[in-house]
Every structure is written in C-alpha cells, then in structure tokens.
Design a binder for this molecule. Structure first.
Ligand code: DP6
Length: 338
C-alpha cells in the first residue's frame, strides 16, 4: 500500500558555460562553475509514492516513459532514493514513475530534469504523509546534485549559475535572471537519436586526464563573468560567442582525454560551419552550443525562431528539432501518474 505520494514537473537545462570534470565524485563537486538556461519545453513529470515496508522485501520500482527499469537506470534511481531515505531517516521502498516531454535521445539531458523532479516529489510526498522536517528546496537541490550535477541548476527557472563551491554546502545554484527577463531561444537540432557511447558520468571522471583541463578550468571564470553580464544585458552576440568558445574548449578536453572522447560527428561539424556562415555571411544572429553528444543547441532571438527552425528542419542531417525558451522552476502537480 502507498503511504503517501506527490508529483513534480521539473525542466531540463542547457549550459552556456559547461560543467565538465568532478573533484569529489561522492559529493559530485564540479571542477568548475557553470551557467545555464532552464528549458521551457523539455521537462520530466515524476510521481513518487512511499510504500509500506513489505515483509517479502519488495524493492523500489522505477518506471520511465512507460517502461519498468532494470540495470543502470534502476540502480542510479535506487542510489538516489537511498540518499533521500538516509537524509530523512525513513526505511520505506518507493514506486517512481516518470515521463519526459522530449525523446530520451534528443540530446537533452533527462538526468537534470529527472533527478530534480524525483527529489522534489520524494520530499513532498513525505510532507504529504505528515513529516514536518522536510528539507527546503535549497537543501533538496544539494541532494539532487549528488545524483546528477546539472540537476541542481534545474531547481531554478530562467538563467542559473552553479558555483563550484568547496564543499556540499557551498556547491549551489542561484538564479541570475528569471524566465521573463529575456526570451532567448534554444532550437535543438537532433542529428543522431542513438544512445551516447560514453555517459557524462564516466566522461567527468576522465576530464582530469586531459592536459587541457587545467587551462580550461582557469578560463571558465572569465567565461562565467562574460556570460552573466551578457544575460543581464540581453546581449546575444556576447553570450553566443562565449557559449561557442566554451563548448569548443570542453570538446577539446574531451578529445584529448585518455582514452579520448569524440562526441561530435560529421553532421555536427558541418552544421557548426553552416551556423557560422548564416551568421557571418547572411547576418542571421545564431550561435551554437553542444553537450556530451552530437546534437547542436542553436541559440537565437525570439524573432528569428521561425527562420532558424525552418533552416534547421531542411538541413539534410537534422532528424528533428525542438524549440525552447526560458523555462520555470519545478512545480508540484495535482495529477499523479499512477
Ligand atoms: C556536458 O550533469 O549529466 O551537459 O553529474 O554525471 O549526472 P552527472 O553529469 P551531467 O553532466 C552534464 C555535462 C554537460 C555540461 C553541462 O550541462 O554543464
């Protein structure tokens, strides 16, 4: 039987200044600060129900997009439920059901929205069950960060900076500007819908093997300053240029790790060149960024979304496009998934 349950919708995010590399794998403390935009149309809705302890020893059940999980996705979710159980001193197993508004393979990290929604729903369910001492959102974000670093940025809407910090209490994300501050858009160009060859989790652990990582981490501080000021001034040129530079530097670290990681494919590189041509030769204000995968996130002004979407949809290697503006903070929902 369910003791109590709650549902939360949380949004994914795209980083302009990237988190790459961890200095403490247990606490998930990043090598550097990062800065992102929460995405309006890429979200995970998650219901968590805490169950009575089953004498037969029934374990946690995890269903994502209608499919009961086993293997690594199940293990990762159970580890996070363990973290919440320990923090809250509860022994109960949970049933978790989550739905993503975007395909898992769209080049948008579902771990950020997924672990944010899971943490908020799990804590809220305990509150619904009568617990008074549930952690506040700031504390919940620190818990979620330990499951997936970028999840801590999804606790805020709009534009968000995660300060690397030096310990669990100081590695936190704060809002730079709300979702209504600037209707910047991210048009995701899906070039390869297949699963990633190496997870971000494994990639972060390889970053320190690159001879370029130390220099990247040194430069990130100035990238953060530029990106923060650009957001405040709603300056696409400045934000776009620093986003491209930061993404390239992260990929240079990836490519020079041991073993090397090559996430970009031929289509990604061709489209990067095309985006630069649209900008430099035709004056269309577009910039790209790219995470640990081949799909490009194309940044543009709201007025150009139609033109950019049209051009990307016609580009031969683009399989799908997803349009996002700045999205909101996580919201509790009254419509449970089960
Ligand atoms: C390249 O947050 O997905 O997208 O902490 O292992 O879950 P884990 O990694 P994750 O890493 C995101 C890496 C990135 C850059 C970014 O979003 O900042």
């Amino acid at each position: 039987m369910y003791r109590c349950k709650a549902t939360c919708r949380a949004h994914a995010n795209i980083a302009f200044v990237k988190y790459w590399g961890v200095v403490d794998s247990n606490l998930n403390l990043p090598a550097n600060g990062s800065l992102s935009m929460t995405l309006s149309h890429a979200h995970s809705t998650t219901t968590v129900a805490w169950m009575d302890v089953d004498p037969t020893g029934e374990a946690d059940i995890v269903v994502i997009d209608g499919k009961e999980q086993s293997g690594s996705a199940h293990r990762r979710t159970v580890s996070h439920l363990d973290r919440i159980r320990t923090a809250m001193g509860v022994p109960w197993p949970a049933r978790v059901e989550s739905r993503n508004s975007f395909p898992a393979s769209a080049g948008i990290a579902s771990s950020a929205s997924g672990f944010c929604a899971l943490t908020v729903a799990a804590c809220q369910a305990l509150a619904a069950g009568g617990r008074r001492d549930i952690p506040d959102r700031r504390h919940q974000a620190r818990l979620a960060r330990r499951a997936s670093g970028s999840a801590c940025r999804s606790f805020q809407g709009g534009f968000v900076e995660w300060s690397a910090g030096g310990d669990d209490a100081t590695s936190v994300a704060c809002q730079v500007a709300g979702p209504d501050h600037w209707p910047l858009h991210d048009v995701v160009a899906v070039l390869d819908a297949g699963p990633k060859s190496v997870s971000s989790h494994d990639g972060h652990r390889l970053a320190a093997t690159s001879p370029l990582q130390e220099e990247r981490v040194r430069q990130v501080q100035s990238h953060l300053n530029t990106a923060r000021s650009a957001i405040r001034a709603r300056d696409l040129k400045s934000l776009g240029e620093i986003s491209e530079r930061d993404a390239m530097l992260m990929h240079a670290v990836m490519m020079s790790s041991e073993p090397p990681l090559l996430f970009l494919n031929e289509g990604s590189v061709a489209l990067m060149r095309q985006i630069r041509d649209w900008r430099l030769q035709e004056g269309l204000e577009v910039y790209f960024t790219v995470d640990a995968g081949p799909n490009l996130h194309v940044l543009c002004n709201e007025a150009d979304v139609g033109e950019v979407s049209h051009r990307l949809a016609r580009w031969p290697s683009v399989q799908d496009i997803l349009v996002n503006g700045p999205g909101p903070a996580p919201e509790l929902r009254n419509s449970p998934l089960f």
